[in-house]
Design a binder for this molecule. Sequence first.
Ligand SMILES: NC(=O)c1ccc[n+]([C@@H]2O[C@H](COP(=O)([O-])OP(=O)(O)OC[C@H]3O[C@@H](n4cnc5c(N)ncnc54)[C@H](O)[C@@H]3O)[C@@H](O)[C@H]2O)c1
Length: 350
Amino acid sequence: MLTLLTAMYLVVRSASTQAEPIRVVVTGAAGQIAYSLLYSIAKGDVFGKDQPIILVLLDIPPMLPVLDGVVMELQDCALPLLREVIPTDEVEVGFKDIDAAILVGSMPRKEGMERKDLLKANVAIFKTQGAALDKYAKKTVKVLVVGNPANTNCLIASKSAPSIPKENFSCLTRLDHNRASSQVAIRCGVSSDKVKNVIIWGNHSSTQYPDVHHAKVDLHGAEMGVYEAVKDEAWLRGDFISTVQLRGAAVIKSRKLSSAMSAAKAICDHMRDIWFGTKEGEFISMGVYAAGNSYGVPEDLIYSFPVQIKNKTWKIVDGLPINDFSRAKMDATAAELVEERDTALDFLSQ
Ligand SMILES: NC(=O)c1ccc[n+]([C@@H]2O[C@H](COP(=O)([O-])OP(=O)(O)OC[C@H]3O[C@@H](n4cnc5c(N)ncnc54)[C@H](O)[C@@H]3O)[C@@H](O)[C@H]2O)c1
């Protein structure tokens, strides 16, 4: 009996270790977020500890020598799941047969650059990459846009890839979500896993609305609402919100570089939840297509909502009661996104 069980275990085990590798592309692969991110992906933190991976690293031509160094380091990590690393500056190679695309690379704001010029440069990048995804990637590809302005870049990529379902595109607001959870946890003196169901509504910008009206804290064994646990409405409606909204700028001011370690961690959290689903009874924040939402958010936007994920499919959590305070903030961030979208769509049609 024991021999039979051992044999069955070995068959199951060898089948799982022989799983087909999945192809994952990271753009901006020579940049600082990618430097933290690639190791986590390659060691199985995102797609599972039994899932072999082919990593495709896409960046622009001047960064190819840097990519060579990243490839060497990935090889030197001697990670068993990492089957191949492909550095490239060509979208045809970068997006070929891709299962998951993490679009980190974008045009950074340069000194004296107008917001509109920045948007224009990024529309060009995400139009090209969307079209390449459309042509070369698997139709089941899951696309996560990180490069800023993340929501609008995601919308442009999706519109440029009409043969890939809109639901396969999302943008990163998980870093903001994690920042909000962490601020509440620190305030309550508990670890961050004791806080759940915070929400980031809207744009990944300083107009985002971190909302804790539906969030819960496990305070030494007793679960309660965040307002009840924190007992400081002025803080929750004031400094808490502005700290989360302005955290990116605060990190840049201090580090002279934008958030990278925490951004990479948030990307892993986001993509792992897409792959394996969210925990029962919990929701997380991500920027998704707003069509059909129950919150009156304009439809043709990538807007951050509370979502639950099952079988690699997200669903917006419907029907949460929204008070006037929240409504005004949700509308303000939507208005910014509408303006950004309209400018971007003008560029897209040129
Ligand atoms: N959504 C979020 O929560 C969040 C958080 C942090 C940073 N970001 C954004 O992520 C982006 C990357 O940040 P970073 O710190 O890694 O920047 P970085 O400047 O260190 O790296 C960016 C990389 O992208 C590459 N790149 C530029 N255009 C490209 C293109 N067309 N194709 C492929 N690669 C291209 C650059 O050459 C560079 O290697 C920025 O736009 C940043 O604002 C978003």
